[in-house]
Design a protein around this ligand. Structure first.
Ligand SMILES: [Zn+2]
Length: 86
C-alpha cells in the first residue's frame, strides 16, 4: 500500500465517521456508515479510526436501543452504560 492509498483510506473512513456522527441515530444510514468505517479501518489497520468508529457505533446502538434514555416507563439505567451518563 503506498502513501496515497493510505491517505485516501484515511479520508474515506474519516468522512464515514463524520457522516455517521452527524446523522440521527434512528436514521438507518448512521449505523451503516459507522459499520462501514469500522470495517475499512480494521482492514487498513488504523487503530485510532477503529476506536472512533467503535465509539460512534456504540453511541448509535445506545441511542436506538436504550430504554432508559428513551424514557420508557419502568426502565432502569443500564449498569455501567457510558452513554447514559454523557
Ligand atoms: Zn441510555
Amino acid at each position: 500500500m503506498n502513501s496515497n492509498e493510505l491517505l485516501n483510506d484515511h479520508q474515506i473512513i474519516t468522512d464515514l465517521i463524520g457522516n455517521a456522527a452527524h446523522c440521527p441515530a434512528e436514521d438507518p444510514r448512521a449505523a451503516r456508515w459507522a459499520t462501514e468505517a469500522l470495517v475499512l479501518a480494521s482492514a487498513a489497520e488504523l487503530p485510532i479510526l477503529i476506536e472512533e468508529a467503535e465509539g460512534v457505533l456504540g453511541r448509535i446502538t445506545h441511542d436506538t436501543t436504550c430504554r432508559w434514555c428513551n424514557r420508557q416507563p419502568g426502565a432502569s439505567i443500564p449498569v455501567g452504560s457510558f452513554w447514559c451518563t454523557h
